[in-house]
Design a protein around this ligand. Structure first.
Ligand code: ATP
Ligand code: F1X
Length: 304
């Protein structure tokens, strides 16, 4: 079973305007609402590709009810801790110049609610996977992912970290199964910036040498890199028309771990992950299975 954790879920409110005019009235051309938050996105994709998953985290208020209902409609299993405060709404604003995101802070989580969440994790068994994805709300300990990684990693559970900043920096010390920084997040981790692929390679190898099983470095429409036991692989991103790239990174993670669970082949899983990320970028909502599988044959790997 793949458990995903979204400590701070959201309704993603996707708004399209032709050309945003600041400080003036803008009319939406069209708008969509989706259940969001990185772990929830991973669970939605896993369900679409037929991999068993349960989404965990904290949810509350009318926004929380909307998310529960939307997930139930898609048959995405979940077991959230119910809280009284409203789950946040994140605005994703698209115009012809690009995408602007305004994410909410989200509700405060009390120590009692955190305890309820910890209790839900007790069901995890050897061989399960735990995906810790997205920001850690300010009301929770900033080392929460690190604590979970240490305790569940030692019990034979594969822990995936899809986070940035301090949460990622703390996690890489404790041998997660997979991390998927984009090249900016990787640069931040090492206090540097990258201009070429060659510059990234020693840093990915360093993370692997620290005991991380798989490291994927994504770069949106450019190449992505996989660092794994038998070497470094480069994949080019498929070409297409970008509709909404929110959740592309989460989709890559879901495609990779889902396919790995199905086939056991790391290279095949990397190709499938890239196809899933791109299929999401080319869709209004997250990718559907048909689109992923149509793109999959386009994805080729080169061993470096
Ligand atoms: N413009 C694009 N064209 C094609 N594929 C894309 C594009 N943007 C993203 N992707 C696909 O999604 C994957 C992940 O994208 P990206 O590197 O933007 O992740 P991210 O920064 O974690 O994304 P996000 O935070 O928006 O979820 C890429 O490796 C690629 O397969
Ligand atoms: O504020 P966080 O937790 O870092 O990111 C939340 C978020 O931007 O990430 C997902 C896309 O990756 C969206 O569904 C969601 O709105």
């Amino acid at each position: 079973m793949i458990y995903t954790v979204t400590l701070n879920p959201s309704i993603d409110f996707i708004v399209h305007v032709d050309s945003l005019r600041l400080y003036q009235l803008n009319r939406m051309e069209h708008e969509h609402k989706y259940p969001g938050g990185k772990g929830i996105n991973v669970s939605r994709i896993l369900t679409r590709i037929g991999v068993e998953t349960t989404a965990l985290g904290f949810i509350g208020g009318f926004t929380g009810t909307y998310i529960r209902e939307a997930l139930a409609q898609e048959q995405v299993a979940h077991d959230f801790v119910q809280i009284p405060e409203h789950t946040r709404i994140n605005i994703k604003l698209k115009d012809k110049g690009g995408e602007t995101e305004i994410n909410g802070q989200g509700p405060s989580i009390t120590p009692e609610q955190l305890q309820q969440f910890m209790k839900k994790l007790e069901r995890l068994q050897v061989g399960d996977m735990l995906v810790l994805a997205g920001n850690i709300p300010r009301s929770l300990p900033s080392n929460l992912y690190e604590q979970l990684l240490m305790s569940y990693g030692q019990r034979g559970i594969h822990v995936v970290i899809d986070a940035s900043g301090e949460a990622l920096a703390r996690a890489v010390r404790h041998q997660p199964f997979l991390i998927k920084p984009n090249h900016h997040e990787l640069g931040e981790l090492f206090n540097t910036t990258f201009t070429t692929i060659d510059e990234i390679i020693p840093y990915g190898e360093k993370l692997l040498a620290q005991g991380i099983t798989h490291v994927i470095v994504s770069m949106a429409e450019q190449v992505a890199l996989l660092f794994t036991a038998d070497g470094v692989y480069r994949s080019t991103a498929p070409r297409g028309t970008v509709v909404n790239s929110v959740g592309a990174g989460d989709s890559l993670v879901a495609g990779f771990i889902g396919r790995l669970a199905q086939t056991g082949s790391v290279q095949d899983a990397f190709r499938y992950g890239i196809a899933t990320g791109s299929a999401t970028a080319f869709s209004e909502d997250l990718a559907c299975r048909d689109k992923i599988e149509a793109i999959f044959p386009q994805v080729k790997l080169t061993k470096l």
